[in-house]
Design a protein around this ligand. Structure first.
Ligand code: ZN
Length: 115
C-alpha cells in the first residue's frame, strides 16, 4: 500500500467511525428523550407497559453501541489498516505509519515505499 492509499483509507475509516458514533448517539438520545417525555404520564400507563418500554429503550441503546463497536473493529482489516506481520490495527498510530512506513507495534513494514 502506498502512503497516499494509506492516508485515503485512514480518512475513510475515520469517516465511517464518525457516522457510526452519530448512529450510536441517536440510538442513545431518542429512547432517553422518549422516556423522559413519557415520564410525567407514567402513572397512567400499566406497570408492565412501563417496564417493557424501559427494556426496549435499553435494547435500542445497547444495539446502537454494539453497532458502533462492531463496525469499528471490523473496518480496519478490509481497508488494509492492519499490520501484515502482527495483524494489529495501525489506525490509532497512523501518524507513525505515515512518517516511518512501519508498524508502531512490531516495526514491520506497512507501506510499500521507503522514506
Ligand atoms: Zn505490526
Amino acid at each position: 500500500m502506498t502512503r497516499q492509499e494509506f492516508i485515503k483509507n485512514t480518512n475513510r475509516y475515520r469517516n465511517a467511525v464518525t457516522v457510526s458514533a452519530l448512529v450510536a448517539l441517536v440510538c442513545l438520545f431518542v429512547p432517553v428523550g422518549f422516556m423522559a417525555w413519557l415520564d410525567p404520564n407514567r402513572s397512567e400507563l400499566p406497570h408492565h407497559v412501563w417496564t417493557i418500554l424501559n427494556i426496549a429503550a435499553f435494547v435500542v441503546i445497547a444495539a446502537g453501541y454494539a453497532f458502533m463497536f462492531v463496525r469499528m473493529s471490523r473496518l480496519s482489516k478490509p481497508l488494509g489498516l492492519c499490520c501484515p506481520q502482527c495483524k494489529k490495527s495501525v489506525v490509532q498510530m497512523s501518524a507513525v505509519v505515515i512518517a516511518t512506513g512501519k508498524c508502531g507495534h512490531c516495526g514491520a513494514r506497512v507501506l510499500d515505499e521507503t522514506v
